[in-house]
Ligand binder design. Structure first.
Ligand code: G3I
Length: 344
């Protein structure tokens, strides 16, 4: 009698705490947490006008679908420090405040990236100046957001697509040593943020991934404070690696003692979309989710925005799109069901 009452009470409390009603109506984040992930998150560009779109904001900040938010642009160097030494963190601050109010944790993105740099960085031709501006930038931004972020993408996209180090202005002028130094500089200021190396196309366990594995192993062996590798997960419908390949790709890093996460997932298709393509996309999302759940130190999954209305894809790949789990009218697509299937 007592045992039954306690059991019923326990089940009720569990459901209330999970914010759900027995499984069916649980949000992506609630399902993810139930499966042991730290979060299911979304990127959002609060500077793009999307935050004036009420139905969009309702899903992002009020639906509890997401437990983590990443600024798609607001914390990038080219936006926070347009003039050398002059910092403007308004966009990042807005996102942190709104995310926290909505009960979400926040990932920082991205400290050093060869894209979206301020103009003055591109004109630098000597190592001393580049070193000075790079580390001043890292230190100022990490200090500003200290205590607010669960993670920082310290370096972004440092590997060439075919393997080897990407020949960015940083690599060419400073050599690859700037990467270890960037992790050390960030860690010296914020001891709690998990520091990520973040890149795309590591999912295929091919030449690019091999470069990443040996480079990251070198950092770990040298005692560099790198804590994690971010798999961006910008993928194509019908061309997503198998769960086995994804698990192999992720595990190479977790075997080194690091955590991993899918940090920027979207799965695009040639337009127009069809029911068949959307059904395949649902399976592809499920594959990504299953792979993360199969790797104990895969801590979370972030979609690179959640609605096709605000996806970066059509701007860069004009014949492609429909990459996200919600459509342009903020309606859930089959991909949403694929994620739920992966999480249950
Ligand atoms: O800020 C200007 C604005 O003043 C102007 O009116 C507007 C007109 O197009 O452009 C605005 O800049 C845009 C910026 O986003 C902010 O909205 C750029 O044109 C646009 O190219 C830029 O795109 C971003 C892209 O990174 C840049 O490479 C995307 O929103 C962002 O989602 C995307 O995110 C990257 C990750 O950081 C790294 N991994 C790949 C991922 C997708 O490319």
């Amino acid at each position: 009698m007592w045992t039954t009452s306690i059991l019923v009470l326990h089940c009720f409390a569990t459901l209330v705490l999970a914010g759900g009603s027995g499984g069916k109506n649980r949000t992506l984040n609630q399902l993810a947490v139930q499966q042991g992930l730290h979060y299911f998150g979304s990127a959002s560009d609060n500077l793009s006008g999307s935050w004036d779109d009420e139905p969009y904001v309702d899903i992002l900040l009020k639906s509890h679908e997401f437990g983590q938010i990443t600024p798609a642009n607001a914390m990038k160097w080219g936006l926070v420090e347009t003039q050398r030494g002059v910092y403007n963190y308004t966009g990042g601050d807005q996102l942190v405040k709104a995310g926290k109010k909505a009960g979400m944790v926040v990932r920082g993105h991205a400290l050093v990236w060869h894209s979206q740099l301020p103009d003055y960085v591109g004109t630098i031709t000597d190592a001393a100046t580049l070193h000075s501006v790079t580390f001043a930038h890292i230190k100022d931004e990490v200090k500003h957001f200290k205590g607010e972020l669960i993670a920082w993408d310290v370096v972004n996209e440092v590997f060439e697509d075919t393997g080897g180090m990407r020949e960015t202005i940083f690599y060419n002028l400073l050599g690859e040593g700037y990467i270890a130094e960037a992790f050390r500089a960030a860690h010296a200021i914020d001891k709690h943020a998990k520091l990520y190396l973040n890149d795309y196309n590591l999912e295929f366990a091919d030449a690019k991934w091999e470069t990443a594995v040996s480079f990251v192993q070198g950092l770990v062996d040298s005692g560099v404070p790198i804590h994690a590798v971010g798999f961006q997960g910008h993928l194509l419908v019908g061309q997503v690696p198998t769960v086995e390949t994804l698990v192999k790709a992720l595990s190479a890093f977790t075997d080194m003692g690091l955590e991993v996460a899918f940090t920027e997932v979207d799965i695009r298709m040639e337009m127009p979309f069809t029911d068949d393509k959307l059904a395949q996309q649902a399976k592809d999302y499920q594959t990504v989710v299953e792979a993360c759940l199969a790797v104990p130190k895969c801590v979370g999954i972030t979609v690179w925005d959640f609605s096709d209305k605000y996806s970066w894809i059509p701007g860069v790949f004009p014949t492609q799109g429909a990459a996200l789990p919600w459509d342009e009218n903020m309606q859930k697509k089959p991909a949403y069901g694929g994620i739920v299937a992966g999480l249950t």
